[in-house]
Design a protein around this ligand. Structure first.
Ligand code: DX5
Ligand code: ZN
Length: 216
């Protein structure tokens, strides 16, 4: 299986979003990654339903939505109605994670659980067989263009081992500081899905970067 690439539109030009979505549509990208921030769970506010609706209408790639919000369970139904493919909720925001995962799947979406850099992968032991994907944050969530946390490579290997041991089919997605130097190391450690914002959208040739990430 080749690497799945999910460009993060947090780094796109919001003054002309159509152009960037069209670029993603033309590209080899598999999904499009949307970061929803509430200013409470993370120290930043990003985009909400009107923007997601506009992207959903234009995008030919499935939507990979990353919720960096408290009480994500409140909005599961609305994301399902927008046709979201993969809904990522943070472990740190869900005291009743098992329930939330099942609600996401009941609404017809794929369910993913996301871990902050300081949360160890061992907390996933009892949910790994219920989730479609684990998203490991490789920076502290909240902003694009941050420096990659080196320890993440080891963490991906550890999660890969845990997935094997538990017989889970969950994909491993990584998000934050993914560039042409960190991406090959993450894939080698066991990452299946690469999210990339700044590296893709600050490039003169974003389609070529997406294509190169897919070859890893
Ligand atoms: C950060 C977001 C990321 C962000 C990654 O909290 O979850 O998806 O867009 O940006 P880069 O690739 O620029 O580190
Ligand atoms: Zn993200």
């Amino acid at each position: 299986m080749s690497t799945i690439v999910s460009p993060s539109i947090l780094s796109a030009n919001f003054g002309n979003l159509d152009k960037d979505i069209e670029m993603v549509n033309r590209s080899a990208a598999d999904w499009v990654h949307l970061d929803v921030m509430d200013g409470v769970f993370v120290p930043n506010i990003s985009l909400g339903f009107p923007v997601i609706q506009a992207v959903a209408a234009k995008s030919r790639k499935p939507l990979d939505v990353h919720l960096m919000i408290v009480n994500p369970e409140k909005f599961i139904d609305r994301f399902a109605k927008l046709g979201v493919f993969m809904l990522n909720v943070h472990y740190e925001a869900c005291p009743h994670l098992n329930k939330v995962i099942h609600e996401i799947k009941e609404k017809g979406m794929k369910a993913a659980v996301t871990l902050n850099p300081s949360t160890p992968v061992c907390v996933l032991e009892d949910v790994l067989n219920d989730v479609d994907m684990v998203l490991l944050m490789t920076v502290n969530p909240g902003f694009g263009g941050q420096k990659f946390i080196e320890h993440s490579v080891e963490k991906v290997s550890k999660l890969r081992r845990l997935i094997r041991e538990t017989g889970s089919k969950a994909l491993i997605e990584v998000d934050g500081g993914v560039n042409m130097e960190t991406a090959p190391r993450l894939v080698k450690a066991g990452a299946d899905v690469l999210v990339s914002g700044n590296t893709v959208f600050s490039s003169d040739n974003p389609e070529d970067i997406i294509f190169k990430l897919k070859q890893l």
